[in-house]
Design a protein around this ligand. Structure first.
Ligand code: GLN
Length: 488
């Protein structure tokens, strides 16, 4: 049986009925990795030995009838900016090429106590800055749907590993779209939870007021199952919200009758590929047919979200990345004096995009420009948030495209601005701290399209419900790639 093709919930059943062993499943997943990893290149590090040892361990516990966690024996890929004790964590940067964390991120502890099995660390844009995984200091990951195209980014390795069945699910991080856009490009489900829902402890910081960890899964049910494990308050992250999170599987309801869905007009039209737009409109029509009430609305400050993000995110990054100086953290290039050592370490350790962000952020925070740029951007952020607050007085959730186009070819977005524009539909959600789910919805030119469902704070449940209903009533959401293209 091709176990790697199955979902978490399907595998849980097979494991519970003792039809398969965890070792069988783990070996099958590594066989799949052997078969396709050369083409896709999802992973920076594989942890086969540890995974097989853990699999045997869990099988023994199963045999003894011990009670096991909710993800027992399920193979998972972890984005390489999430700290894993004893396993190299590089952020796809030369700066951290030899960094082995002495501790686990909180999400890793949670996955471990749920008895999931880590298969490896996935590729990404360096320090999560980018939208194509081309900024990895090591190599690009390829889109399993067409190896000549990017998988999206920055969590491109996580998205590609799930789409190509190298893992059953994966974790990524989303600062401005880095879970949702690669999920859309690779045709899998991705969720950015409400800011404060999943602990950021042990997530290597990019922009701390925006970063949030979330799941990549093959279907909506799996998304709920993973959310049940990774959410929760954490004393080690002061921005994690002290509240009880629901059992997310309770929202897997095939019924959206009477639900009010807002369609913000600023997310359609100019700049959005007509094929993508047509597909999203098809999804809206389907939702109406299923009993939802869809209505146009307006989020008037949308156009200012991207400029504000490209002040705020680089500002926070410039501060977060100051620690990589060859002394406290990261690569050290020896030199005759300490300043030259700092300079050389940072010049050789960081790639072009990371340096660009550090310069932008340092400039925006400098005393002469702080008010004109940083403070102004914070005010804009507030206006963006208020737009959403107003919309949610009327609607249960909002629906937009995830990205202006389907996955593009390598090197086709060479100038930074055209790459930044990839995130026009996803960035406002991070600025407002809201949850948003990326659901595959059919193909355009043979490549997956993603639709975005945006929710009220802590209302991931409504997003799961709408996505689940679409999944149950159409064939558009469960897509499987064929690993096509030349892969050159
Ligand atoms: N592509 C966006 C950026 O480069 C978002 C990245 C992210 O979400 N980590 O900043």
């Amino acid at each position: 049986m091709d176990l790697h093709k199955l979902t978490i919930h399907e595998l849980r059943e097979l494991l519970a009925n003792k039809e398969i062993s965890v070792l069988e499943l783990t070996e099958d997943v590594f066989k799949r990795i052997d078969d396709v990893e050369d083409k896709v290149k999802s992973f920076l590090t594989l942890t086969k030995e540890q995974a097989l040892a853990r699999a045997k361990d869990i099988d023994e516990k199963l045999a003894k009838g011990e009670k096991l966690g909710a993800l027992a024996g399920i193979p998972v890929g972890i984005k390489d900016n999430i700290c894993t004790e004893g396993v190299r964590t590089t952020c796809a940067s030369k700066m951290l090429a030899n960094f082995t964390p002495p501790y686990n991120a909180t999400v890793m502890k949670k996955l471990e106590s749920a008895d999931a099995i880590m298969v490896g660390k996935t590729n990404m844009d360096e320090f999560a800055m980018g939208s194509s995984t081309e900024n990895s200091a090591f190599f690009p990951t390829r889109n399993p749907w067409n190896l000549d195209r990017v998988p999206g980014g920055s969590s491109g390795g996580s998205a590609a590993s799930v789409a190509s069945d190298e893992v059953i699910f994966a974790l990524g991080s989303d600062t401005g779209g880095s879970i949702r856009q690669p999920a859309a490009f690779c045709g899998v489900v991705g969720l950015k939870p409400t800011y404060g829902t999943v602990s950021r402890y042990g997530l290597i910081a990019f922009a701390s007021s925006l970063d949030q960890i979330g799941p990549f899964t093959k279907d909506v049910t799996d998304c709920a199952l993973v959310m049940n494990v990774i959410t929760g308050h954490d004393d080690f992250d002061s921005t994690s919200v002290p509240m009880d999170h629901p059992d997310y599987t309770k929202f897997l309801i095939n019924d959206i009758k009477g639900m009010r869905i807002g369609i913000p007009k600023e997310y359609f039209g100019e700049g959005i590929d007509p094929g993508v737009e047509a597909k999203i409109k098809e999804a809206i029509a389907k939702l109406e047919e299923l009993g939802a009430i869809a209505e146009e609305c307006s989020l008037p400050h949308t156009e200012y979200a991207m400029p504000a993000y490209y002040i705020i995110a680089p500002a926070e990054a410039s501060s977060n990345l100051a620690r990589y100086d060859g002394v406290r953290y990261g690569l050290r290039v020896e030199a005759e004096d300490v300043l030259t050592m700092f300079n050389r370490s940072r010049a050789q350790g960081f790639g072009t995009e990371v340096k660009r962000r550090i310069m932008l952020g340092t400039y925006a925070l400098s005393s002469g420009y702080y008010d004109a740029y940083y403070l102004k951007a914070l005010k804009v952020r507030n206006l963006v948030k208020q737009d959403f607050d107003r919309a949610f007085e009327k609607f249960d959730c909002l629906l937009t495209p995830i990205a202006p186009s389907v996955a593009f070819e390598f090197r086709s977005k060479a100038d930074p601005l055209s790459m930044y524009k990839q995130d026009v539909c996803t960035i406002p959600i991070n600025l407002a701290g809201l949850p948003a789910l990326s659901l595959p919805y059919g193909l355009v030119d043979g490549m997956p399209v993603g639709l975005q469902l945006i929710g009220k704070p802590f209302d991931e449940g409504t997003l799961l419900r709408v996505a689940y209903t679409l999944e149950q009533n159409t064939d558009e959401t469960r897509l499987k790639p064929v690993l096509g293209g030349s892969g050159r």
